[in-house]
Design a protein around this ligand. Structure first.
Ligand SMILES: *Cc1c(COP(=O)(O)O)cnc(C)c1O
Length: 390
């Protein structure tokens, strides 16, 4: 099997599982209890917190564990909306956010909040002038993703952070795709809140974190016990948190070498496909994109059908994003960068990961053009187009 869908999720490393194992078996105590097996758990959680804080340039007491990227995004957005409701009701985000952000904003719109969805250019980058022009006295939050999960475009986060700071507006960023592929520094980049998720960096599913800058007012989202310094109730997912911490440490080990290798493989894959398939176009920023992301539109084909044929050859990829496949609406991200419906429908995303190899890239370059050709040969639209262009 060739797994080129690392933006959807990643395989867990054995070292991560090994680190988790004791907390699933003998160290099963509840971290809130006072006996030794419980206190060992508390210590393990704090170590994971230290590791995650270190790689974000944050302080350990600014990291709050959650059930994943989706909860972190919900907490950041709804938590600020509630805490700042006396100050204002306006939120600024972009049109190409993950659904965890878009749907949280839409939910707030039903409850009296106003949301500006910033446009992006053809590469998927927000317009900083439009951002500045959208700021109102009532703006209480700017939430813009660090890097896009579908097209891989990296946003000008540091500039956005600077603008937010100048206007004294909290800045949240969904960095679920950026973590592990970009070096993050929440202080230098003026980030007030940042969402991350374990299963996108070879850790376990169902665990993530929200960085909240010390002193920032954010309402509680999950009410319950006094866990996470009273700000996020619920018995901790101890094994998950330990695995997340281990995954974080491993993802930033040999970082430069790993990223250089991913960029090399990704570029090979893009070149190989574009050189062998006519009427194909790369989506997302040509250079300022995630090291692992390839997203290409093929005219005259359906992305979903390409996926099925790839799957028959043992190749896992995705069209648009995994959350929306199953529905036939074209991806909001691809439409926002200006693709017409038919081109958005003909898009395929391939995302590489740590285990990806040159052989796998070569195999996809060999098989994909034949799949596209086979589908076009059956397409009446393509036939008509070829007749006309003669
Ligand atoms: C995967 C993803 C999420 C959701 O994270 P979960 O841990 O799966 O809930 C949010 N934002 C982005 C950009 C993602 O890629």
């Amino acid at each position: 099997m060739i797994y080129f869908d690392h933006a959807a999720t990643t395989p867990m490393k054995t070292e991560v599982l090994d680190a988790m194992m004791p907390y699933l078996t003998q160290n099963f105590g509840n971290p809130s209890s006072i006996y030794q097996i419980a206190q060992l758990n508390k210590k393990a959680i704090d170590e994971a917190r230290d590791t995650i804080a270190k790689y974000l340039g944050a302080k350990p007491n600014e990291i709050y564990f959650t059930s994943g990227g989706t909860e972190s995004d919900n907490w950041a957005i709804k938590g600020i909306a509630e805490a700042y409701k006396e100050k204002g009701n306006h939120i600024i985000t972009s049109k190409i956010e993950h659904h965890a952000v878009i749907h949280s904003c839409e939910y707030l719109e039903k409850h009296g909040y106003e949301v500006t969805y910033l446009d992006v250019d053809e590469n998927g980058v927000v317009d900083l002038e439009q951002l500045k022009a959208s700021i109102r006295p009532t703006t209480i939050l700017i939430t813009i993703m660090y890097a896009n999960n579908e097209i891989g475009t990296i946003m000008p986060v540091e500039e956005i952070g600077r603008i937010a700071k100048e206007h004294d507006i909290p800045f949240h960023t969904d960095a679920v795709q950026a973590v592990g592929q970009i070096k993050i520094d929440v202080v230098k980049q003026n980030i007030d809140m940042l969402s991350l998720s374990s299963h996108k960096i070879n850790g376990p599913k169902g665990v993530g974190a929200l960085f909240i800058r010390r002193g920032l007012k954010v309402a509680q989202f999950i009410h319950g016990g006094g866990q996470e310094r009273g700000r996020r109730g619920g018995t901790e997912n101890v094994a998950g948190i330990v695995g997340f911490g281990k995954a974080m440490e491993l993802t930033y080990r040999n970082f430069d070498k790993k990223i250089a290798n991913l960029v090399y493989l990704r570029s090979k894959l893009i070149e190989g496909i574009l050189n062998n398939v006519p009427y194909a176009k790369l989506n997302g920023h040509p250079t300022n994109r995630l090291a692992n992301n390839v997203n290409i539109s093929f005219e005259f084909v359906e992305g979903e059908s390409v996926l099925l044929l790839l799957d028959m050859q043992g190749i896992c990829a995705s069209s648009g994003s995994a959350c929306t496949s199953g529905s036939l609406d074209p991806s909001h991200v691809l439409l926002s960068i200006g693709l017409p419906h038919e081109k958005a429908h003909g898009s395929v995303r391939m995302t590489l990961g740590e285990g990806s190899t040159q052989e796998e890239v070569d195999e996809v370059i060999e098989k994909l053009p034949a799949i596209i050709k086979r589908m076009r040969d059956m397409s009446p639209l393509y036939e008509e187009f070829m007749k006309k262009s003669k």
